[in-house]
Each structure stands twice: as C-alpha cells, then as structure tokens.
Design a protein around this ligand. Sequence first.
Ligand SMILES: [Zn+2]
Length: 95
Amino acid sequence: MAIRNVMEMIVRDVLLNNKQELKLTCSCDRCLNDIMAHALNHLPPRYIVNSDHQPYVRVMHEADRDGAINILRVVTQAAIVVSANPRCQEHKVLR
Ligand SMILES: [Zn+2]
C-alpha cells in the first residue's frame, strides 16, 4: 500500500470549502492545483500508511484550532499568489 500525505486532502477540503471567501480570479483545475502545491510546500506533511487511519488523522487536525487556522492562512496566501499570476493565462487568451 502506498503512503499518503493526508495534508493534501485537508488542504483540498479547506480550498474547496472556502472558494468564495478566497476570491479566486480563476478556479480551473490548473489554478486549484497550483494553489494546492503552493500551500503544501508551506505546510508540514502528514504521512500515513494505512488509509484506515485517515479519518482519525483528519479529525485530529480539525480539532487542533491553531493548526486549522494556520492551514487556512497558508491556503489564503497561496490563493493570493496564484490569483495574481495564474499560470493558465495562455488558455484564457485562446478562448
Ligand atoms: Zn485558471
């Protein structure tokens, strides 16, 4: 079984749950992935081996208020960076 970084799923949840508040200039897959990659580079990974433990690790993270606030702060910063300079711009021009 592969190891997984549950921080990826947490960041995805935070991003999708706060899409409106983050005021994204573009929410295409490319931009969402760029925001996730940017945020994940600034957050500690949480690797797990057994996927059965995943809900447990997530609940632990959601219970940790400071951790949750920090994740939202990092995702917000990533959204600002990507929204200011979306890498999908070429596609937009072509449309
Ligand atoms: Zn985009």
